[in-house]
Design a protein around this ligand. Structure first.
Ligand code: UD1
Length: 427
């Protein structure tokens, strides 16, 4: 049976010029939207990115009884007065995105009961949730799994000290969501420090929560009885900004990446400068200038924030595929995040992978080819490869890219790229 799918067609070799405006942060939105379930009053959330993961999260909220209005583009009004925690959230919704597991923390915090099917998301090795469960249990919840369903319940959530064995963005967010309404004080040690954790904490505080220390590795939460309505604007997307920075470096040109928090981009800026790219930092924008010459070889190691983000690893590896010399990339967050390298090889890249290490022997140029996408950021990397390659690149399975990049084709076209989205019949 055939079905209609979409693909990107890119004619490479165009320099990029102009300004690109960065949207609200996907990973902040995916924590903050479920956080609105913690009150029965209406929350207004601005700078919401128009991406499919957000649409899925909204469907999950509506499924359990929330009303979600979109009075203007980029704005959501969420009211969770009629939400029920006893409506199971099944896997036809949860498997579409990783962040569906934030419903566990949010519903546990609000009602003391949550029932959610196992989350989906990109596959880059085993993605355990033991730290989430350990944290919920420390707060006094009983967590059981039956098949694909996870149930968490607590007659009374009690603040507690939780030491995380690994630095986990998802577990830190989930525990924040549950702990803001627990009785007493919760301390999360070895917490993740990503910008979207700070954004979630700021959102919760604007609802009346008492969260301190977000952005450091110790977060202290004084539980409160009630949270209230608020109005909040989400931070710009660090990874979308980084993707356009690398795209400009790879294709060459002069691009102003606008509406960013430059501090969030330090590790990416630093690495591009090491590659020989000119980067100018302004208050709310970053300008990338490149004459299109091959980058210098560098070493990259992904780390939790403030280290180099794993969600930028496929993009920087793609830029380095044409470096002068030999670069090495160590993926220290995930076990299996180099699958996309096979696709880059089809375009002429010379990259060998051994476990968590990729060694890139720079080639002078990539050549357009048909390539497939198997996760969101790998998709962004294929787009960058297509922009820098000679000839035509056709990228399939782009629904994964739509999960996290708002108006990608429109934004790149405005910069002068030759990229279009087209439908085709898939066998
Ligand atoms: C989030 C991001 C994802 C990003 C990742 C790392 C969202 C929706 N997704 O994913 O895009 O790639 O952070 O920045 O925000 N771990 C455990 N036990 C746990 C949880 C995690 O061992 O209970 C391990 C994981 O296997 C991994 C590491 O901790 O090796 C980091 O995972 P984590 O930060 O939780 O990633 P996510 O929150 O899933």
């Amino acid at each position: 049976m055939s079905s209609i799918s979409e693909r990107f067609v890119i004619h490479g070799g165009q320099r990029l010029h102009g300004t690109v405006n960065i949207s609200g942060a996907k990973n902040a939105a995916l924590g903050i939207i479920p956080a609105a379930l913690l009150t029965d009053e209406t929350c207004r959330i601005e700078n919401i990115p128009d991406i499919s993961d957000v649409k899925t999260m909204i469907r999950i909220l509506e499924h359990i009884g929330a009303t979600v209005e979109r009075p203007e583009p980029g704005v959501l009004l969420i009211n969770a007065a009629n939400v029920r925690s006893d409506i199971p959230i099944q896997d036809d919704l949860t498997r579409r995105l990783r962040a569906s597991y934030y419903l566990l923390g949010a519903l546990l915090g609000r009602f003391g009961y949550a029932e959610v099917s196992m989350p989906g998301g990109c596959y880059f090795g085993i993605r355990p949730i033991d730290q989430h469960i350990k944290g919920f249990e420390a707060l006094g919840a009983t967590v059981t799994t039956e098949g694909a369903v996870i149930r968490a319940e607590a007659a009374d959530l009690l603040g507690s000290s939780i030491y995380m064995d690994v630095v986990s963005v998802g577990a830190t967010i989930n525990l924040l969501l549950a702990a803001v309404r627990a009785r007493g004080v919760t301390v999360i040690e070895n917490a993740a420090r990503e910008p979207h954790i700070v954004d979630l904490a700021n959102f919760l505080n604007s609802m009346g929560a008492d969260v301190r220390g977000a952005g450091t590795d110790v977060i202290k939460i004084h539980g409160v009885d009630k949270l209230h309505a608020c109005c909040y604007s989400i931070i710009p997307d660090q990874i979308e900004a980084g993707t356009y920075m690398v795209a400009a470096a790879a294709a060459g040109g002069d691009v102003l990446v606008n509406n960013v928090i430059p501090k969030h981009l330090d590790s990416i800026t630093g690495k591009l400068e090491e590659c020989g790219i000119k980067v100018i930092e302004n208050d709310e924008s970053i300008r990338i200038m490149s004459d299109g010459s091959r980058p210098k070889a560098v070493r990259v190691k992904t780390m939790p924030h403030p280290g180099f983000p794993t969600d930028m690893q496929p993009q920087i590896t793609t830029l380095l595929s044409v470096c002068k010399g030999t670069s090495s990339i160590v993926e220290s967050v995930w076990d299996n995040r180099f699958k996309y390298v096979d696709q880059l090889r089809r375009m002429g890249a010379n990259i060998t992978v051994s476990g968590k290490l990729a060694t890139v022997s720079g080639v002078s140029v990539l050549h357009g080819a048909p390539v497939d996408v198997d996760d969101l950021r790998a998709g962004a990397a294929m787009v960058i490869a297509g922009l820098m390659a000679e000839g035509t690149t056709v990228i399939t399975n782009i629904k994964l890219v739509d999960r996290g990049y708002e108006s990608l084709v429109e934004k790149l076209t405005a910069l002068g790229a030759d990229i279009r989205r087209e439908q085709y019949e898939e066998e």
